[in-house]
Design a protein around this ligand. Structure first.
Ligand SMILES: [Zn+2]
Ligand SMILES: [Zn+2]
Length: 171
């Protein structure tokens, strides 16, 4: 991937002067998802007590296949950022729980990647009304999707006669 965006928060933690960022961050593919454009990441970094508070917003487009019809779908993803990193104290090392903050180096690229990946939907659909793939011809049943099969006459059309209220059942 491109160069990682890493900033030094040492001066912020030492002097308490807030940092504002507005950056384009490339995100690597995650599972079946890709990010066709760099994410826009806006951050406000503040010192809170001895820790680091990060507020902001991440906006990126997610691309993947529709769960139902497999068409390419691109959907906007927005993530509100509200992260707090506290400095090491005593025997525990809270900074070690994440790998975005290494000493006073904040890996904004990795932070953006983790936030985007954790906010991904379980699946994409091209639209709420997507009709998916035809079980017979395998083509999309959406308008212009290629399926030209006639609509089934009955629900559960398996080519067998429908048996309703068979008198034999009552015998
Ligand atoms: Zn679809
Ligand atoms: Zn069909």
């Amino acid at each position: 991937m491109g160069s990682a965006l890493v900033i030094d928060v040492g001066p912020l933690l030492a002097a308490g002067r807030p940092i504002s960022l507005d950056e384009a961050v490339e995100l690597p593919p995650f599972g079946s998802y890709t990010f066709p454009h760099p994410a826009r990441v806006r951050l406000e970094l503040r010192r809170v007590e001895r820790g680091l508070q990060i507020d902001g917003r991440l906006e990126v487009d997610v691309a993947g296949a529709c769960d139902r019809c497999l068409e390419d779908v691109t959907a906007p993803l927005e993530v509100e950022i509200d992260e707090r990193f506290d400095p090491p104290s005593g025997s525990s090392d809270p900074f070690a729980e994440n790998n975005v903050l290494n000493g006073t180096s904040l890996d904004v690229s990795d932070l953006a990647r983790q936030l985007a990946d954790s906010a991904l939907p379980y699946g994409l659909t091209c639209s709420a009304s997507c009709r998916g793939l035809c079980a017979r011809c395998g083509q999309s049943k959406n308008a212009g999707g290629g399926c030209t099969c006639p609509l089934p006459m009955t629900e559960g059309d398996h080519g067998e006669p429908q048996v309703e209220n068979s008198p034999l059942e009552d015998a």
